[in-house]
Design a protein around this ligand. Structure first.
Ligand SMILES: Nc1ncnc2c1ncn2[C@@H]1O[C@H](COP(=O)(O)OP(=O)(O)OP(=O)(O)O)[C@@H](O)[C@H]1O
Ligand SMILES: [Mg+2]
Length: 342
């Protein structure tokens, strides 16, 4: 089965083709970062308009990359949520149109399930059950993955997501949007012991996160500093965030006795996070898995993969009653049905 996957939930247009035998056969991505950098964040209307411009071109490019025709497509998967409604609508309407024209089943995919399953695009994959630390621009969660489609959210953020905290801190240091990766780069030049920033909620005994207090403390420090101090601030901030993530992840792994941990979402591209989790988990006999950096941030390959798994389970349809979802918690999914409509 050859599945076309379409991602358009935010500021990346992603298209990929996933085949049952050959796995990922095409992967195209267009990032709108430059378009939005001027405004310091994503402008939803501009995002939607740009998805309209790029999506058909990327589908053509993906088919050419794989040496396939439209008629070779057996099913179409698109991101149905969570995300910006206008941006999601572009992918959904395109996917509906193509499904109608080709008479091939359509399936809406949960973007967070796609991030969480992106690790299956790699050669080495974890066995179920595993723990996932899902850290992106909009989410910070610890998720127990019992089986494909069976997710239990064990802890969430009370305020900012990790990626958001990275981006906001980077902005205060004058780094262009989205600054998370640039801040991580700057941190390589700094001393992570220069500032003793708080490790939020590490003694709370639960699996919840909160980053607004840390962010405020760092913002106050930046105000009283010069640019020469920024690398040290960046390194100390990154260390505080990662120490917090590692403590909570260790607690989750211990409580739920899993043998594998997956890091997913854009912040999973952070090198120090990967190193530190591996350093702490390996002596516990727990292996750490993560997608390659390209598949940590938004992409069509993860949507094509989840789409393929669900379309193979006959969860697609030719019914065009799509209900896009700005919010769509992972815990409402199941391995059997596509979703429970909100
Ligand atoms: N090396 C890095 N270190 C820290 N943060 C990073 C790094 N690389 C990317 N990020 C952050 O990852 C986030 C982008 O990830 P992703 O594309 O998964 O998020 P999103 O799609 O905006 O949010 P969501 O998936 O929750 O809707 C941004 O906040 C970005 O700054
Ligand atoms: Mg994302």
């Amino acid at each position: 089965m050859l599945v076309l996957g379409i991602e358009s939930s935010c500021d990346e247009t992603g298209v990929a083709l996933y085949d049952s035998e050959q796995k990922l056969v095409a992967h195209q991505i267009y990032s709108q970062i430059e378009l939005h950098a001027l405004y310091g964040g994503v402008v939803p209307e501009l995002a939607s308009r740009d998805h309209i411009r790029k999506l058909p071109l990327l589908v053509d490019a993906a088919l050419e990359e794989a040496g396939k025709e439209y008629s070779d497509i057996d099913g179409i998967a698109f991101t149905e949520g969570p995300g910006l409604i206008g941006a999601l609508m572009v992918g959904a309407l395109y996917a509906e149109g193509l499904s109608y024209a080709l008479k091939k089943p359509l399936l809406g995919v949960n973007h967070m399930e796609a991030h969480l399953q992106a690790v299956h695009l790699e050669d080495e994959v974890p066995e179920y059950p595993f723990m996932t630390l899902l850290v992106s621009g909009g989410h910070s969660q610890l998720v127990l993955v019992k089986a494909f489609g069976e997710y239990e959210i064990l802890g969430d953020t009370l305020d900012d997501a990790v990626g958001e905290a990275f981006d906001k801190t980077a902005k205060l240091m004058g780094l262009p949007y989205p600054g998370g990766a640039k801040l991580a780069k700057m941190a390589e030049e700094g001393d992570d012991k220069a500032y003793d920033f708080p490790r939020p909620m590490i003694h709370s005994g639960d699996l919840k996160f909160s980053f607004s207090g840390l962010k405020t403390k760092v913002a106050m420090t930046i105000k009283d500093s010069t640019e020469a101090d920024y690398p040290n601030i960046a390194a100390s901030f990154q260390r505080a965030v990662i120490d917090t993530l590692v403590v909570k992840t260790k607690r989750a792994v211990t409580e739920y006795h899993v043998k594998s941990i997956v890091i997913a979402g854009g912040v999973a591209a952070n090198k120090l996070l990967r190193q530190e989790l591996a350093r702490v988990m390996e002596p516990m006999g727990v292996r750490v898995f993560y997608p390659r950096p390209l598949f940590c941030t938004d992409n069509g390959a993860m949507v094509a993969y989840v789409g393929h798994e669900r379309l193979m389970r006959n969860q697609g349809s030719l019914n065009y009653d799509v209900k896009l979802k700005a919010r769509w918690p992972l815990s409402t999914l199941s391995s059997k049905q596509e979703s429970e409509q909100e």
